[in-house]
Ligand binder design. Sequence first.
Ligand code: GAR
Length: 205
Amino acid sequence: MSPRARTVVLISGRGSNMSALVEAARSPDFAAEIVLVLSDEPGAPGLAIAREAGVAAEAIDFRAYPGKAAFEAALEARLRAERAEIVCLAGFMRVLSPSFVERWKGRILNIHPSLLPNLRGLNTHERALRQGVAEHGCTVHFVTAELDAGPIIAQARVPVLPGDDAEALAARVLREEHRIYPAALNAVARSLTSANVREARLNPR
Ligand code: GAR
């Protein structure tokens, strides 16, 4: 494990959570460094935003591969070449296969726009409004084979206000996403790097 955990961020679109991670990682005290941004969509606006922020960014175009297994093999090869230690899904809209997720167990994180276990899946803001809940929010969790069901690392709550539509609610939640995702990554990276230092002390080469 490197002194700062080498982290690759996977996106599919806008990339605002990716930007929050990149900004946080500028601090020398932050336990992770963002070494690469990858998108399954070549047209993702987040790619240009990452490059403007000085971070390498590439597309691995899902459509260029005969299927999911070939796409994931290319993704895995790119992660290995980059010596990635942590993978952060940040608005990455593909479900990864159980075997991929298993290889990255404990080192692959996702941000989801709901208070899990409530509202797994898509269109969470519309569904929260339909449920008539008083509180909504976001969750950072470890990714496991079951969609949006892995161990929770951090959550933030926001109120649902009278007159909210999905857009207003999404914006309130997104502000919290940008706060808790960097904090969660920092905590996971710190625990991985310090576990590694402990192991090196116990088993000196
Ligand atoms: C975020 O709200 C994120 O929580 C959500 O997509 C948005 C991406 O925005 N992710 C999911 O719904 C995953 N199932 P961003 O590209 O600006 O970070």
